[in-house]
Write a protein that binds this ligand. Structure first.
Ligand code: HEM
Length: 260
């Protein structure tokens, strides 16, 4: 059996795939949060960033398909491993009593938090990427003209004066809705909770945890998950409460009054 086939067919291989796919998804989620936090800056930032990503064309599609495949592998490995666990326990559900991790709340609910996060991602793509859930798709209806160049590593990648999609305004308008903002907050809360057990497990599978490091590692994971939650909470939270008002520049070139 080839090494690749072995990864899918053996239990330890599936655990490895689960850990590796989890690691890739954590990388994406962290990068995505860092990109999203540009909402607290001038609209040029997040709008320029969104166009820059779209301009990468085929590369963006490679990343999207890679992400989709990673999610599929993660869910498949989780499903098969859960079934194996239940079978090994004589039909009893998983209670996560491993050698070094106590059966914490996050481990007991990892499957359920996973389902909610998956449902959230489907909704989120329909909401922001496809603009299907809002009566008005702010991203494409209200264009924005860049006031300054958007630069990456010092290189201008989107020039001042370029007309771009108004992702900034779309996010603001999206989170002015109480149920939508609350759903996001609950979903990112559950995602952070999912990561709490997921990250501990993946470090153990990849062999990066030893009895000496377990305590410190658990603290690092807990701090990471808390910061991840707070970062994600800040965006819908500050818009919903009105703590953050849209930058006046976001409306300058948007034909808001003409369309309302
Ligand atoms: C407050 C939290 C979040 C905000 C403000 C946010 C914002 C956005 C925006 C604006 C887009 C669309 C970009 C565009 O089409 O121009 C997007 C896409 C996306 N987001 Fe989020 N996001 C949040 C949380 C999350 C979380 C927690 C996940 C999953 C871990 C996630 C996964 C995705 C995915 C997979 C896409 C589609 C990317 C693509 O097709 O290129 N987002 N997000």
């Amino acid at each position: 059996m080839s090494l690749f086939a072995n990864l899918f067919r053996s239990s330890i291989g599936r655990k490895f795939l689960m850990a590796l796919s989890g690691l890739i998804l954590i990388g994406f989620a962290t990068g995505h949060l860092v990109g999203n936090l540009q909402i607290f800056e001038h609209p040029d930032k997040i709008n320029g960033y969104a166009l820059f990503l779209r301009q990468t064309g085929p590369l963006l599609w490679v990343a999207r398909l890679g992400l989709l495949a990673t999610v599929a592998v993660h869910i498949w490995a989780a499903t098969v491993l859960t079934k194996e666990n239940i079978r090994a326990r004589g039909g009893q559900s998983y209670s996560a009593k491993t050698t070094w991790i106590r059966a914490s709340l996050s481990s007991r609910y990892i499957r359920w938090t996973g389902y909610v996060v998956f449902a959230f991602i489907i909704y989120h793509i329909a909401h922001f990427t496809l603009g299907l859930t809002d009566p008005t798709d702010y991203k494409t209806h209200y264009s924005y003209v860049m006031e300054h160049d958007y630069t990456v590593a010092g290189f201008p990648v989107v020039a001042a004066g370029t007309e771009v999609e108004n992702v900034y305004l779309m996010v603001y308008r999206g989170f002015e809705s109480v149920p939508v903002a609350l759903f996001y907050i609950i979903a990112v809360g559950l995602l952070s909770f999912h990561l709490l057990h997921g990250m501990e497990s993946l470090f153990q599978t990849l062999g990066w945890s030893s009895q000496t490091w377990v305590g410190a590692l658990r603290k690092v994971v807990a701090v990471f998950c808390l910061l991840y939650f707070l970062g994600n909470l800040a965006i819908p939270g500050s818009i919903l409460t009105g703590a953050l008002q849209p930058h006046p520049a976001a409306h300058v070139h948007a034909p808001m009054t003409a369309q309302n």
